[in-house]
Design a protein around this ligand. Structure first.
Ligand code: C5P
Length: 428
């Protein structure tokens, strides 16, 4: 293998094995060579020929192959690498690892290796949640095995939904990069996040966005009616501020443009305070260029056409004043459409009360952003609350996360964004 970094990729028998083909290609693009072991069950899903063609060398399948042992013994195979990656890590492979079984090439290599091991579990949600798998995963945690995923979502089996989808190739790549860099705590992806011996606190979080400039909007806007009254909404700013804090913890240089909120400015973040949508747009434009822009603010859609210069007075018999409204500028759409200084990755939010995914898809197209974080605010107390259930909607994928504290949503979102291909680009 000519690349300076390499992984030993053990491909288990699950439908997610096809994603590993894409992973091998991405690893190569990042200068990481893959040497592959395909299990017997894995061969049912991808062929040795496909794996070998992409990896650029023959893949290994058989423990008792005389030619393989003559080429490179299974002990050497397990050690002539920088990292061992198991993807998909099936319930069977996880059970073998937890008990130390060695009855084929993959399990023998896993037992013989002196390198760190990263696994990407993939299985049916019932199997994932089964007490046996829980026990086995706890054992792997004790053994210091790193874990990426699984994600929650629809399964290949009709009607099955829940945790068990293997992490996507870009998430696997990010986890491999972190593991190769010596991280002991992987950024959380999917249903369980990470395992590892030395989980760090926020300050120990991996610097996934080091060198990146991230611009975030948060909170509501206030649209003045007169000097004392305004139109507003119930946004607390908790989610946007938590994202700003998570981006700063990930090493980014963060500018937060915040509407009026009752919470403190996040530490280590440059916060610009604004009132109205027009002020917010001006502050955002003034803060460009940025590599990543996240528009979490609940911007008022309308403002009063003409703000009264003095307090509107109640006059006997005159009735209520008629307020003519005009539309506010759409900050997300304006920045997404920029020819110059458009951030490489633009993220919008969508608070919906019904048909959440459909509306989010429509919003993605209408606003021209790269990702919509959609949440159902229909009577769930999300606005102002401390927990959030989100769906990450891109043009070709929907990922649903379990209900999580807003801080957890923030750190997962930052890890997710850092792993998106656009995050490696600089602003256009
Ligand atoms: O159209 P809607 O308000 O549902 O879209 C929500 C997304 O658009 C959020 O990301 C919000 O921050 C952004 N937005 C904006 N400017 C507006 C309205 C919404 O940036 N005037």
């Amino acid at each position: 293998m000519s690349a300076s970094r390499s992984v030993l990729l053990i491909i288990g028998g699950g439908i997610a094995a096809y994603k590993v083909l894409e992973l091998i290609r991405r690893l190569k693009d990042h200068g990481i060579a893959s040497r592959c072991i395909l299990t017997k069950a894995g061969e049912e899903f991808v062929t040795p020929l496909a794996v070998s063609s992409l990896a650029g060398e023959r893949c290994f399948t058989d423990l008792f192959s005389l030619t393989d042992e003559a080429d490179i013994g299974h002990i050497a195979l397990s050690r002539s690498t920088d990292l061992v990656v198991v993807a998909p890590a099936t319930a069977d492979l996880i059970a073998k690892m937890a008990t130390g079984l060695a009855n084929d090439l993959a399990s023998t290599a896993l037992l013989a290796t002196d390198k760190r091991i990263l696994i990407a579990p993939a299985m049916n949600p019932r199997m994932w949640e089964h007490p046996a798998t829980r026990r086995n995963m706890a054992q792997l945690e004790t053994d210091g095995v790193l874990v990426v995923g699984p994600n929650s979502g629809a399964m290949a089996e009709r009607g099955e939904n829940g945790p068990g989808r293997m992490a996507e190739p870009h998430e696997l790549l990010a986890a491999i990069e972190q593991a190769l860099a010596g991280e002991t705590r992987l950024s959380p992806v999917g249903a369980i996040g990470f395992l590892g011996r030395n989980p760090g606190g926020p300050s120990g979080a991996p610097k996934l966005l080091a060198g990146k400039r991230v611009l975030i909007t948060s909170g509501p806007t206030h649209e003045p009616i007169d000097p004392v009254r305004y139109i507003a909404n119930r946004s607390s700013g908790k989610q946007g501020h938590a994202i700003a804090a998570a981006a700063a913890a990930a090493g980014a240089s963060v500018i937060l443009v915040s509407g009026p909120v009752a919470i403190a400015d996040p530490e280590g973040v440059t916060t610009i305070h604004v009132e109205s949508a027009r002020d917010m747009l001006a502050a955002v434009e003034g803060a460009l260029p940025a590599d990543i822009a996240i528009f979490a603010a609940a911007v008022a859609d309308w403002r009063v056409a003409e703000e009264a210069p003095g307090k509107l007075k109640k006059r006997a018999g005159a009735g209520a004043p008629a307020l003519a409204l005009v539309e506010n500028p759409d900050i997300l759409a304006t920045i997404s459409a920029r020819e110059i200084d458009r951030p490489a990755l633009v993220v919008g939010f969508a608070a919906e009360t019904d048909h959440v995914i459909d509306h989010a898809r429509a919003k993605l197209a209408k606003k021209g952003c790269d990702l919509i974080v959609a949440n159902d605010v229909g009577g769930t107390g999300v606005m102002g609350g401390d927990a959030n259930t989100v769906h990450l909607v891109t043009s070709d994928n929907v990922e649903t996360w379990p209900t999580l504290p807003k801080g957890e949503v923030a750190s997962r979102l930052i890890a997710h964004l850092a792993a998106m291909p656009q995050a490696s680009e600089t602003e256009r």
